[in-house]
Design a protein around this ligand. Structure first.
Ligand code: NAP
Length: 364
C-alpha cells in the first residue's frame, strides 16, 4: 500500500502502470523541437525552467514549448501532482465520460514532450533567485534559467496524531486511488468534510464493504451534489460532530476512537483502514526564502498576472491558489504563467539587445 515514509525514489503508484513516466511516442506530423539546454560550467541552461509537473506546470510547458522557449520541467521524483492520486475526473472539459487523473496527466505530459519540453524527474532541493540567471539545483545538477515558473502544487495534510504516523502504510493512507484496492470487502473510514473526503468516500465504496465518513462539524463543506451522493449511498455512513482522537491497532489499523463535539462521550468504531482527506498544504519550502507568501502560506502573485515579487519568476496552480484548486484552473494559470514569462523575456531582450549593441560599438 501507499506508504509516505518510503523513500521518494519509489513512486507510491509503482505497479499501477500509469504510463505517466513514459516518453512521448514519436509523431511524424509533429516533430520534436530541439532541446535548448546547453551545458556550461557543469550547469544546464534554459530560457525557462518550470518547477512542478501537475496541470499548471505541464500546461506552462506546452505553452512555453510552443513559443519556442524550449523549457525544462523539473517535475519531481513523483511527478504529475494531485491528479495522480485522484480517481475519476468528471469536470475537466473535453472528457464527457470522465477520465482517470493519472491518465489525464499522462496526456498532459505527452503533449508537452511533443513540442520539445524536456522533463526531468527530480525534486528541486535548493534555489538562488537573487539574480539572473536564476539558479536551481535538483539531483546534484545545477539548472540556470532566464525565467522561472513555480508550479509546485500542494500536498495532503495529516491529522497529526502519533497513531496516524505509526500506522501510516499499515491501514492509514491519504490516497484512495493508490490504496483503495487493498481494502476489498473491508470496513474503512474517511476523515474530512470537503469535496476530497466526499469523493474519496464514494470512490472507496468500489472496494470496501462499509465506509464511515467522519467530519468534525455538523455540516459538510463539499459540494451539494457530492454530499447528496454520499448521503444516499448504501455503503456510506455519515458521522457528523466527530473528531478522530486516536487510531487503534498494533501492526495494522483495528479501530478508531472518536470524540464527540456536540455531546459528552466518545465511541470506538472497529475498522481496517483510515483515509485522511482534510486538505492540502502548498509546496513552498525551497522558495520560502525568496518568494512572498500570503497569510495561509501560499505563494503570492500580483493577481492581474502570475508575477511573483521577483522579476522573472512566475507562479501558477495550487501553490498560489487556495480558492479554486481545480485541475482546470491550475492548467489555466499555467497557461497564463507561460505567456507572462514569454512576454517578460521578450521585453527583457528588447531592452537588453540595444544596450549590448551600444556597448559593443563603444568598445571599438
Ligand atoms: P477543504 O475543502 O479545505 O476541506 C477540508 C476538510 O477537512 C474540511 O471539511 C475541514 O473541516 C476538514 N479538516 C481540516 N483539518 C482537519 C483536522 N485537523 N481534523 C479534522 N478535519 C479537518 O479541502 P479538500 O476537500 O481537499 O478540497 C480542496 C479544494 O479542492 C476545494 O475547493 C474542493 O472543492 C476542491 N475539490 C474538488 C473536487 C471535485 O470537484 N471533484 C474534488 C476534490 C477537491 P471544516 O469544514 O470544519 O473546516
Amino acid at each position: 500500500m501507499n506508504d509516505d515514509t518510503t523513500p521518494k525514489t519509489k513512486s507510491p503508484l509503482a505497479g499501477l502502470n500509469l504510463n505517466f513516466l513514459a516518453p512521448a511516442e514519436s509523431s511524424q506530423t509533429a516533430p520534436m523541437a530541439p532541446v535548448a539546454a546547453t551545458t556550461a560550467g557543469g550547469a544546464v541552461s534554459a530560457r525557462v525552467v518550470i518547477v512542478g509537473s501537475g496541470p499548471a506546470g505541464l500546461t506552462a510547458a506546452i505553452y512555453a514549448a510552443r513559443a519556442n522557449l524550449e523549457p525544462i520541467v523539473i517535475g519531481g521524483v513523483v511527478g504529475g501532482g494531485q491528479l495522480m492520486i485522484t480517481s475519476e475526473v468528471e469536470n475537466y472539459p473535453g472528457f464527457p465520460e470522465g477520465i482517470q487523473g493519472p491518465e489525464l496527466m499522462g496526456l498532459f505530459r505527452k503533449q508537452a514532450e511533443r513540442f520539445g519540453a524536456r522533463i526531468v524527474d527530480a525534486d528541486v532541493d535548493r534555489v538562488n533567485l537573487g539574480g539572473r540567471p536564476f539558479r536551481l539545483w535538483a539531483a546534484g545538477i545545477e539548472y540556470r534559467a532566464e525565467a522561472v515558473i513555480v508550479a509546485t502544487g500542494a500536498e495532503a495534510i495529516w491529522l497529526g496524531l502519533e497513531s496516524e504516523t505509526r500506522l501510516r502504510g499499515r491501514g492509514v493512507s491519504a490516497c484512495a486511488t493508490c490504496d483503495g484496492f487493498f481494502f476489498r470487502d473491508k470496513t474503512i473510514a474517511v476523515v474530512g468534510g470537503g469535496d476530497s473526503a466526499l469523493e474519496e468516500a464514494l470512490f472507496l465504496t468500489r472496494f470496501a464493504s462499509k465506509v464511515h465518513l467522519i467530519h468534525r462539524r455538523d455540516a459538510f463543506r463539499g459540494s451539494k451534489i457530492m454530499q447528496a451522493r454520499a448521503a444516499s449511498h448504501p455503503k456510506v455512513e455519515l458521522h457528523l460532530n466527530r473528531t478522530v482522537d486516536e487510531i487503534l491497532g498494533g501492526e495494522h489499523v483495528e479501530a478508531i476512537r472518536l470524540g464527540k463535539t456536540n455531546e459528552p462521550g466518545e465511541e470506538t468504531l472497529p475498522l481496517d483502514g483510515v483515509f485522511v482527506a482534510i486538505g492540502h498544504r502548498p509546496n513552498v519550502a525551497v522558495f520560502r526564502d525568496w518568494l512572498e507568501t500570503d497569510e495561509r502560506g501560499y505563494l503570492r502573485i500580483d493577481g492581474a498576472t502570475t508575477a511573483s515579487n521577483i522579476d522573472g519568476v512566475f507562479v501558477s496552480g495550487d501553490v498560489d491558489d487556495h480558492r479554486y484548486r481545480q485541475a482546470v484552473t491550475a492548467a489555466g494559470e499555467g497557461c497564463r504563467a507561460a505567456i507572462d514569462a514569454e512576454r517578460w523575456l521578450e521585453a527583457q531582450e528588447a531592452y537588453e539587445a540595444p544596450r549590448a549593441a551600444a556597448g559593443a560599438a563603444t568598445a571599438h
